[in-house]
Design a protein around this ligand. Structure first.
Ligand code: FAD
Ligand code: FES
Length: 252
């Protein structure tokens, strides 16, 4: 059974409308967390099930940072916690990104999918492409620019940065530059496009998937995704086998 911890909320920031950035005191999680793993969080009130939120960053020994968008009841309640409160968090959970030392990477994220990519941007030699619908939704630009000296911010409506989808910006980059691996997290249409480009250019690729979750620890099968495997292994739990998968393995 995965451990749960009472984690004191140290800092709360509203990054943009309805998107919150929390830093909590969680030494056990901070010291173990791998890039791309997630937390399963009790939001409070009448919500019974925990909600999965990616680990954005840690200081390696004491604090864990995560950011989330208010979507429904759970995240609305979570957003109401104030510094000093204790939040019940299970984690770190799941299988994260498999990073190899010295590799050159392209890192691409969209919307709330950019948050689990911050540590990747810092800990790999990477070109980073971050897509947002519009300027007002651009989040963590300064954090990413502090983490990597090659960050391209893209907006779908051209209101800020590169005018167009992050996938287009990455495609242009890959025509001129060789990378060893692509890492991605974002909405399914973006992941599908990333998978296609990776297959077409024969570049290894890891994708972080999102599914609705129940238990978060492999017991309820709420979160299964389809893979190309045969037989019993055709459906895998995103909470334990993922959220990060080899792009070649999953069916999107
Ligand atoms: C591994 C993982 C990591 C995640 N990391 C983050 C993160 O870093 N930041 C962040 O903002 N969100 C993240 N999510 C999504 C987040 O878990 C959902 O937005 C949240 O659970 C919604 O809960 P709610 O009670 O507010 O909304 P609900 O009332 O449960 O649902 C509101 C809306 O959100 C949709 N939704 C619910 N659960 C999910 C889900 N798991 N994935 C996609 N859509 C969902 C519903 O279909 C509905 O449209 C992650 C999800 C997973 C599986
Ligand atoms: S959420 Fe229960 S098995 Fe994945």
């Amino acid at each position: 059974m995965k451990k749960t911890y009472k984690c004191r909320l140290l800092k709360k920031t509203e990054l943009c409308s309805g998107i919150y950035d929390f830093v909590v005191e969680a030494p056990e999680i901070a010291s173990q967390a791998q890039i791309g793993q997630f937390l399963h969080i009790t939001c409070g009130g009448s919500t019974f099930l925990r909600r999965p939120i990616s680990i954005c960053d840690t200081d390696g020994s004491n604090t864990v940072r995560f950011a989330f968008q208010v979507k429904g009841e759970g995240t609305k309640l979570l957003a109401q916690w104030e510094p000093g409160a204790e939040i019940d968090i299970m984690g770190p959970l799941g299988h994260g990104f498999e990073v190899k030392p010295g590799e050159k990477a392209a890192v691409i994220g969209g919307g709330i999918g950019v948050f689990p990519l911050l540590r990747l941007a810092r800990e790999t030699d990477s070109a980073v492409f971050l897509g947002f619908r519009t300027k007002e939704l651009v989040a963590m630009e300064e954090d990413f620019k502090a983490a990597s000296d090659n960050v391209t911010i893209c907006t779908d409506d051209g209101s800020y940065g590169y005018d167009g989808f992050a996938i287009a910006a990455m495609g242009e980059y890959l025509l001129e530059n060789k990378v060893d691996v692509i890492y991605s997290c974002g909405p399914t249409p973006m992941l599908k496009a990333v998978k296609q480009i990776a297959e077409h250019m024969n570049i290894p690729c890891q994708l972080s998937l999102e599914q609705r979750m129940g238990c978060g620890i492999g017991a309820c099968l709420t979160c299964v995704c389809e893979t190309k495997n045969e037989g019993m292994a055709k459906y895998k739990q995103v909470c334990t086998c993922g959220p990060v998968f080899d792009a070649k393995e999953v069916v999107l």
